[in-house]
Design a protein around this ligand. Structure first.
Ligand SMILES: Cc1ncc(COP(=O)(O)O)c(C=O)c1O
Length: 367
């Protein structure tokens, strides 16, 4: 008898072009790895999270908010947009929130591109970019990173065509940690056509220490600039899924239109509002990460001299063909990092003890 729940894939029901898309790779579960290795615990340095738990007050605010979880969230996200507007000195009608800034990047492609239009970005960069471009039917145009593993903005400007609708500048860049500086970004923006939306993705802005790396929010007087920020990293809310965007009002309004309704949940709104009251604690934690980032970079350079300086909460090991083997070696010793085959390995900065454990493993694997 045929099982009514199973169907032979005789007729294709989904788009054939999706077969060529890579899956987004989430970091491996440390609990699973610890079980597999018979260790009390494993260390996860693979997803660019901050290791210090939710900020004070967040758990209480979320707990309180979920007592109303039988109600839909505030679809206008009014209180949170107002709080962001006040903190960052922008009008609330220029802000849109979403289920992580990755969802907002997706909405931006949806709002700017028709099938066949081009989305331009540096490569290697955030691994979600090719996926979100392709799911909207847009064409990805990737410009290789320069020799220092950063964006080659001159080559990116030269790659703009009359099909280009959106350009992503990932600053600092995931996974290499490099950042573009003010003078080169100014030049790049001057060269952009008015009808191309330049999205400055600043997921790691709070970890930037180089004063020459500009704040994307300073460019908002340019109508074709949008800035993406997230509460997942420095603000410690990765699991609640909340990001935000600032753009000219017409762009922000288009994003709110194409976004999945109610996708900024009640818990996310409450958690974000509570987190935003904890600026000095957030900054204290970022300072710990930054000090560790610089220590880890120095230590790794003894084995891999061309580790680029990072402006984010992770470091990049440009190991090329050795990347996967290095990742496996770390995992076999209970430390999960993020290898990109043939290219390099991204290692998130954890607590000092976690970083020491990683460095011990790395020393063995690289020596
Ligand atoms: C450059 C960059 N942008 C956006 C995101 C998305 O973050 P989220 O969707 O958690 O806000 C990430 C996450 O790793 C990232 O690295």
């Amino acid at each position: 008898m045929t099982d009514p729940g199973r169907h032979e894939p005789a007729l294709r029901l989904t788009r054939a072009d999706l077969d060529a898309l890579p899956n987004y790779v989430p970091g491996r579960s440390p609990a699973d790895l610890a079980r597999e290795l018979g260790l009390p615990e494993a260390i996860k340095l693979a997803s660019n999270e901050v290791p210090y738990g939710p900020l004070p007050g967040v758990v209480e605010a979320v707990t309180e908010a979920i007592t109303a979880s039988h109600r839909y969230p505030d679809m206008g996200v009014v209180a949170l947009r107002d709080a962001l507007a006040e903190r960052y000195g922008v009008d609330a009608d220029r802000i849109a929130t979403g289920c992580g800034s990755v969802a907002l990047a997706e909405h931006l492609v949806r709002a700017t591109c028709l099938p066949g239009d081009e989305v331009l970005y540096s490569w290697r960069s955030f691994e979600a970019y090719p996926i979100i471009a392709a799911t909207s039917g847009a064409t990805s145009v990737r410009v290789p990173n320069d020799a220092g593993h950063g964006h080659d903005l001159a080559a990116m400007a030269a790659a703009v065509t009359d099909r280009t609708r959106m350009v992503l500048v990932c600053n600092p860049n995931n996974p290499t940690g490099t950042a573009v500086r003010r003078a080169e970004l100014d030049r790049f923006l001057d060269a952009m056509p008015d009808d191309v939306l330049v999205v400055i993705d600043e997921a790691y802005r709070e970890f930037v220490t180089d004063p020459e790396v500009p704040d994307g929010l300073d460019y908002l007087d340019r109508p074709n600039v949008a800035v993406l920020r997230t509460l997942s990293k420095a603000w410690g809310l990765a699991g609640l899924r909340i990001g935000w965007l600032v753009a000219q009002p017409a762009v922000a309004s288009a994003i709110r239109k194409v976004a999945t309704p109610f996708s900024t949940s009640t818990a996310a709104q409450a958690g974000a509002l509570a987190a935003l009251t904890q600026v000095s604690e957030m900054e204290r934690r970022c300072a710990l990460v930054i000090a560790e980032r610089d220590r880890v970079t120095e230590a790794l350079r003894k084995f891999v001299p061309d580790v680029p300086a990072s402006q984010a909460n992770f470091v990049w090991l440009p190991l090329g063909d050795r990347a996967v083997a290095f990742g496996k070696s770390c995992e076999a010793r209970g430390v999960i990092v993020r290898p990109f085959p043939g290219d390099g390995v991204r290692v998130t900065i954890g607590t000092p003890a976690e970083n020491d454990a990683f460095l011990a493993v790395a020393e063995t694997a690289l020596a």
